[in-house]
Write a protein that binds this ligand. Sequence first.
Ligand SMILES: [Zn+2]
Length: 306
Amino acid sequence: MSATRDHDQHQPWLWSQETWEQKLNKARAGRSLKPAKWKNGAQMAVAVSFDSDHETFELRNGGESISRLSQGQYGARRGMPRILALLEKYDVPASFFMPAVSAMINAEEVKTVVSAGHELGMHSWIHEFNSRLDHDTERDLALRAADMLEKLSGQRPVGMRTASWDFSPFTLAIAREMGLLYDSSLMADDDPYELLEDGEPTGIVEIPVEWIRDDAPYVAMDRMTGARPYGGPVMVADILKREMDVAWEEGGLFQVTLHPHHVGHRSRIFILEEVLRHARDKGDVWFCTHADLARYCAEECGLTKP
Ligand SMILES: [Zn+2]
């Protein structure tokens, strides 16, 4: 079989075993990092996160639509104050993942988030898709993004979430080179696990996400494409509470990803409040940032960087 045919993206049935194994093993779930018990013996860990994309969700597509740019600005202008007020009301720490450009546009927001005790994590440069970049470009953008967040917040980010959870064959190697504690972009489990690269342990914690626990797929709407909401906000709150109920029964992690420009609206902000109230009503819950969670899992499970 020729090398050309072996690597043909459109004819995977012609691949050698070695070819598909290479793809499979670029970033794969290793051992579970679910600790024997959560901090202070809690029954469930609750990690709430927000992807503060704001204007970059349109800039990354070319920035042609002034209308969509204004929707992004709404996230910073009206969504964020509502979100921060609810987190304060329930005394819950959260993780905010920000593209560097979003942080530059909204530099005051960065300071507010960090001074309230929340975590600021990496979320690309301008919400670019990693899988469309070569290695050097992706690496350069990741390093510049970390530098920019550190400059604006005074803290070096310890974790990342790739934009649109788009993970290239180079992403994990770049995260390792940067010495990151964790990633939160992949979906192989409900609970934290160690990432393997080419079959080898990396010492990097994966805090898994899922589109199921993300507001965007349920409520996003784009006038110019076929993107339309397929359920109302009541449905979203119901799904998240069901996810949490089983996490509680299993003694596991409940992780959620919300977007200020989606959940921050008057008719949707109750989704966040119901999630926080549902967790608090269960009683024995550890509310943590993604960084707190990754640190705890790493320590409890004896994770080391090779
Ligand atoms: Zn995003």
